[in-house]
Write a protein that binds this ligand. Structure first.
Ligand SMILES: Cc1cc2nc3c(=O)[nH]c(=O)nc-3n(C[C@H](O)[C@H](O)[C@H](O)COP(=O)(O)O)c2cc1C
Length: 327
């Protein structure tokens, strides 16, 4: 099958992969296609890691896991069957996954159906409607995360209050959650803000929060601008926690795939979403997020979902910058 993936098709897959969410939009990935073996490597780009906010590389793996999920969805949508090996070489921790493409029966149709949502999903840092989620939505998100080997739960009652409190605590402690990293990736008021291919740009900041309990990260907090506008956010947000039974790079890659699959499914259901991972960036708070009664394992992602304005798209590096094709 020599013509299985010509340059155009390959670029299309990588474009979909790179539309994935990543911490501060750092896009910490690169791809290597081995043409003869019809194998695409997903590799970590450690120069784009967050030494302060993500010293263990958990967030980096989650973003790359999300890119892998998009790649799989795109391949299935193109009629290919992606066979994935996670972390195939213990001596090479930067090699996060190896994806071999074949043709024929067996593509995951449910996953293929989510591909059109890849271009629609954007982080929305706006207030969402204070209304319940439509019937069946929570079950759908729980189900798609489970298919990726992760647990997704919607905390309620005391657990929701507890999670909101932990997020607030993390937000209040500026020294802890890596403003140095945020500053590195904020593309605002700089010459490159209009032409940026990564990072958080002006339109991605959303509105300032002046009330409500829903968490939203304000990448421009502390600045005195007023032109962004301000708004009251939800009092009782719909938060979802993504956890796995175990911890470590393998679990983080699974959590990333589960998170992106849930976000794509949410998009299909007419929802928007954002992340609130500040407490995960502090070791002491991270462990407290889990539900001790439910017995879930470590939490890797805190999502907020709901009905609200779609977020704007954010910049991406073009495939040519992240893809190397080998014979
Ligand atoms: C592991 C991880 C953690 C994130 N944490 C936050 C966060 O705490 N607050 C936030 O507003 N966005 C967070 N994001 C979202 C990214 O900032 C966002 O994906 C990126 O800017 C690209 O924008 P997009 O999602 O609209 O494509 C996180 C994303 C990932 C993958």
């Amino acid at each position: 099958m020599p013509g299985l993936l010509d340059d155009g098709r390959l670029e299309g897959l990588v474009r979909d992969a790179t539309a994935a969410p990543s911490m501060h939009n750092a896009q910490p990935w690169e791809f290597r296609y081995h043409r003869a073996a019809r194998t695409l490597e997903l590799r970590a780009d450690f120069t784009r890691s967050m030494p302060h906010a993500d010293p263990d590389g958990r967030g980096l793996h989650i973003g790359c896991g999300a890119a892998l999920l998009n790649l799989r969805a795109a391949a299935c949508h193109a009629g290919l069957r992606p066979e994935v090996r996670l972390l195939p070489d213990a001596a090479d921790p930067g090699l996060l996954a190896e994806v071999r493409f074949t043709e024929g029966e067996g593509a995951d149709r449910a996953l293929a159906a989510l591909e059109p949502m890849i271009a629609e999903r954007h982080t929305s840092r706006y207030p969402y409607a204070e209304v319940p989620l439509e019937a069946g939505v929570q079950e759908t998100l729980v189900d798609v995360a489970a298919r990726e080997g992760a647990t997704l739960e919607f905390p309620t009652g005391w657990h929701l209050s507890h999670v909101l409190q932990l997020i607030q605590e993390a937000e209040a402690d500026e020294s802890y959650y890596g403003d140095v990293d945020e500053a590195r990736w904020l593309r605002r008021g700089t010459a490159e803000s209009d032409t940026a291919v990564d990072g958080i740009t002006e339109p991605n900041l959303g509105v300032r929060k002046r009330g409500g309990r829903a968490p939203v990260r304000d990448f421009a907090r502390g600045s005195s601008d007023t032109d962004r506008g301000s708004a009251v956010f939800e009092q009782v947000p719909h938060l979802a926690l993504v956890s796995t039974a175990d911890d470590g790079p393998h679990a983080w890659l699974r959590a990333g795939q589960a998170t992106e699959r849930a976000l794509l499914a949410a998009t299909e259901e007419g929802l928007v979403g954002s992340f609130a991972t500040q407490p995960l960036e502090r070791r002491d708070l991270r462990w407290l997020l889990r539900d001790p009664v439910g017995g879930a394992g470590p939490v890797h992602v805190v999502l907020r979902v709901g009905y609200g304005p779609r977020g704007p798209s954010s910049p991406r590096r073009p495939p040519g910058e992240v893809l190397t094709v080998l014979p």
